[in-house]
Each structure stands twice: as C-alpha cells, then as structure tokens.
Write a protein of this length. Structure first.
Length: 94
C-alpha cells in the first residue's frame, strides 16, 4: 500500500490511495460540515476529519466513526472520484 496523496482534479483537492494495484480516489471534503480534509490526519487507509473527528475509509468512502458534534451525520460518505479517462465526481463537490 502506498501512502495517500492529495492531488488536484478540476481545481478540487482529491485524496488518492493505491492498495492491491487499485487506486482509490475521494474528494477531499468532509460531508458532515463540508470542511476541507487537505490537512486531515491519515492513518493507514482511513482519514480523520480535523474539525469533529469523523473517520472515513479511503477504500469504501464509508464513515467508520461519527463526528463528535451535536449535528448528526447520518449516511455521510466521501465523494468518489473516477480518475479513468476524463475525471468525474460521483456527485458535485462542494
């Protein structure tokens, strides 16, 4: 597994992780409060939001630990980025 990297795609920051010959790419924004993850702590194949501590998988994009906040984040998931051909975002980045 390589170390995650932050790259620019269409002007947006994207976190990439290569594992088992596959590249995973996610928009670098926390869906909880729409805050940037560019300076987030990365631990193995997870990213930890520096604002409220939510933890997301860099393999699935799923939230593994909810934020420490009064505002819930039900169904929060990172935005997948397809880097094959013309890069596309699964949904519009914020």
């Amino acid at each position: 597994m390589s170390h995650p990297k932050v790259i620019k795609v269409k002007g947006f920051s994207v976190i990439t992780l290569e594992k088992d010959d596959k590249i995973y790419a996610w928009y670098s924004g926390c869906p909880h409060k729409r805050r940037p993850l560019d300076e987030a702590e990365i631990d193995g194949d997870t990213v930890i939001c520096p604002f409220h501590g939510a933890v997301f998988s860099l393999i699935t994009g799923d939230m593994l630990k909810p934020p420490q906040s009064k505002t819930p984040c039900e169904g929060c998931k990172l935005i997948r980025v397809n880097l094959e051909g013309e890069p596309t975002f699964e949904i519009d980045p914020f």
